[in-house]
Write a protein that binds this ligand. Structure first.
Ligand code: AMP
Length: 397
């Protein structure tokens, strides 16, 4: 089967066409600046990237350009649309309604819309992408894969906030967690790769990218994760603050004369590595800055690592032990020095790193702990698109 995987944002859309038998990417790319002007990036496997400036007033138009590019006589990956057997859509928030991926029926779309309140920036954009695809490919089955679904197994003690219970009752204010597709994919792969029985395993996944979260996966099920009602909670991220004393919001609002919306913009877009360093949200820039003696870049890296270590430590407690820690996503897969710094907090657990392998490992599967380490530490590259493809195939086959 060929599965078109779509990740639709408010002004951009990423896509991959994946053959589910070979699990090879046939073509991939993105549409940017939808509703502004428009740019299509398209790359057939084995060929160079093509970039075209194309007017994309709507998402439907953007998807039409993707479908045209996929069928292009010279560089297309398929002859015609009959070769797309299913579409898998990333959906950010499934609230408490979705604990697994699901075929997108009109009832399901309505239920996703009911979650819009919980992710006002993301869910409406996801729905626009789904509806545009349905219009352009009315007979192709579509599946929604939710960022929150994997964490629906969290117990009440992990998902309730210490807030008046009525907010949970009335508005479903609780912890949901995100990056679920990645945490699910990586935890399963970690068990497989290390030869652990997933049904008898304690795995901690550190998804460290521009957005970052840690999860505790006990016997294959997420029992806690660092993001909450929104992706703002938890780790210090590229531009997000992660956990802060909530009273800071009022304090800064008064000092800087900011509205709630403006404070939220600071916490989501101007904080984290960006805010701490004053330089960049990109970890590569921070490393370069730190190596040139920039103290704020160095401090940002320390704060980032310390927060990750604290979460890992708390999840060791949550599971009363840990068999393996897996690092994934842009920073987790590529920065051995940071992995070493994080794991240096766990001498007390008998963690010993293999520095040579750790420092040499970039974006490939590897065990980076020493043979006699009591806890296995590994790098497992995430692949959310492949995970969405697999989920889609499982539901439409
Ligand atoms: P992601 O959100 O998973 O794409 O990860 C993006 C983050 O990973 C950014 O902070 C990048 O700077 C960082 N990153 C990606 N590749 C590298 C690398 N080779 N070395 C250091 N950081 C990297």
């Amino acid at each position: 089967m060929n599965v078109l995987v779509i990740n639709c944002g408010s002004s951009s859309l990423k896509y991959q066409l994946i053959n589910s038998e070979s699990e090879k990417v046939l073509a991939k790319g993105l549409c940017e600046r939808i509703g502004i002007d428009g740019r299509l990036v398209y790359q057939k496997a084995g060929l160079d990237k093509e970039i075209s400036e194309l007017a994309m007033p709507t998402h439907k138009q953007a998807i039409q350009f993707v479908l045209d590019a996929l069928q292009n006589e010279k560089t297309g990956a398929i002859k015609d649309l009959s070769e797309i057997d299913a579409v898998g859509h990333r959906v950010v928030h499934g609230g408490e309604k979705f604990s697994s991926s699901t075929v997108l029926t009109p009832e399901v779309l309505k239920a996703i819309e009911e979650c819009n309140d919980l992710a006002p920036l993301h869910n409406p954009a996801n729905l626009i992408g789904i509806n545009a695809c349905k219009e352009l490919m009315p007979n192709v089955p579509m599946v929604g894969v939710f960022d929150t679904a994997f964490h629906q197994t969290m117990p009440e003690k992990a998902y309730l906030y210490g807030l008046p219970y009525e907010y949970y009752d009335k508005y479903k204010v609780r912890r949901y967690g995100f990056h679920g597709t990645s945490h699910s994919f990586v935890s399963k792969r970690t068990a497989e790769y290390l030869g652990l029985d997933i049904n008898n395993s304690k795995i901690i996944v550190a998804h460290l990218g521009n957005g970052a979260s840690v999860s505790a996966v006990l016997n294959g099920k997420s029992i806690d994760t660092s993001m909450g009602l929104t992706p703002l909670e938890g780790l210090v991220m590229g531009t997000r603050s992660g956990d802060i004393d909530p009273a800071i919001m009022e304090f800064i609002a008064k000092k800087e004369n900011l509205s709630i919306d403006e404070v939220m913009t600071v916490l989501n877009k101007k904080s984290g590595l960006q805010g701490l360093s004053g330089k960049s949200s990109d970890f590569r820039d921070l490393r370069a800055g730190a190596s040139e003696g920039d103290k704020r870049c160095a401090a940002a890296i320390e704060v980032f690592a310390y927060r990750v270590a604290k979460y890992i430590g708390s999840y060791v407690t949550a599971m009363n032990g840990v068999d393996a820690v897996a690092f994934t996503a842009g920073i987790g897969e590529n920065v051995g020095k940071l992995r070493g710094k994080i794991m240096s907090y766990f001498d007390y657990l008998g963690v010993k790193m293999n520095d040579e392998v750790n420092f040499a490992t970039m974006a490939e599967e590897a065990v980076i702990s020493a043979d006699d380490s009591k806890v296995k530490v590994c790098v497992i590259p995430t692949n959310e698109e492949l995970a969405i493809c697999r989920e889609t195939v499982a539901l439409v086959k």
